[in-house]
Design a binder for this molecule. Sequence first.
Ligand code: UD1
Length: 361
Amino acid sequence: MHITLIAGARPNFVKISPIIHAIQAHNESTKPRIEYALVHTGQHYDKQMSDSFFDDLNIPAPDVNLNVGSHSHAEQTARIMVAFEAYLMEHATDCVLVVGDVNSTMACAIVAKKMNIKVVHVEGGLRSGDMTMPEEINRLVTDSISDYFFTTSEIANQHLKREGVSDDRIVLVGNTMIDSLVYSLDKIKKPDSIAGLNLDDYYLLTLHRPSNVDQQSQLLNLLQTVDRLANGRKVIFPIHPRTEAQISDKGVFKNIHFVPPLPYLEFLFLMKGASAVITDSGGIQEETTYLKVPCLTLRPNTERPETIEIGSNQLIGNDMNALAEALLQIQTGRWKESQIPPFWDGKASERIVHYLIKLLA
Ligand code: UD1
């Protein structure tokens, strides 16, 4: 059996790493081997957005890098499709495995399916219901053509079933992002860029969604509010290139400490020690859930509602009063202790390999 694994953007690297390790572990102990190739689309390409993740997560060098780079959605998607089709014509495979919801996920799923190659979607079934999010479109398209789904929650299973996917094509395995987290917790590193900061009580901030950062005045307002609500505490803000491009004067924010995008192990260090994480990311809602660090999500909706139900995450949208109230709750010890969803235990990738062998036999 030969599997082609796809990774293109930062969160993909975190999700694919433990799957590769589980395949390697399988190959060391069990026959027949699973042959595999790793394709990096090149959607993310900066050292900080890509290479450092390969190093920190011990991911083998990709077999090929399609080097597509940054473009408009249509052009990025199209370039990935053209390059991946050419690759697949030269490199036969039984199955293409995609993770998450980025443009690379959807582009490669479409190419594989049109070449009659089985498509497996890890993290299938997530739905925000928000069609203004590019990721929601990527999720819907990918799921509408995937053959098999490895899911992170029962809610995701329900979405897929409602859309007509039969039970035998869905396996609830847990969360491979949590696998990486569990694997890495004893390797976390304090970032050099925060040397000298008081780390007793700080917030961690990340923002990169077009809806929060592409309009400069809205972004600056948001940062001013966070800066004010921090009330003297430091807010550490590893800044995504897309967001950085919008901020000309970082000096106006008293409490916000801007740092470049961080390597995975350094980011985990900051997430684990934070009093709260304020974010518009998807994956961080899950990682904070495992770490039991309160997460305040600057979005009106989430494709990860289990994190809300379980109490580790609160949707803030753009309601700054809600943000103030939530931070107050956290500071005064009124934020309730939360749980960890079933199967978010570091073993999702082992389960994926186990079921892949059965499904593709
Ligand atoms: C992408 C994903 C998003 C994911 C995020 C994680 C899509 C639609 N979006 O968003 O779901 O949460 O990755 O980081 O796939 N850039 C660089 N260096 C890089 C990569 C990007 O400077 O290595 C800059 C470029 O100016 C680029 C912009 O970031 O135009 C956006 O990059 P892109 O990959 O299009 O989307 P992200 O916002 O990173």
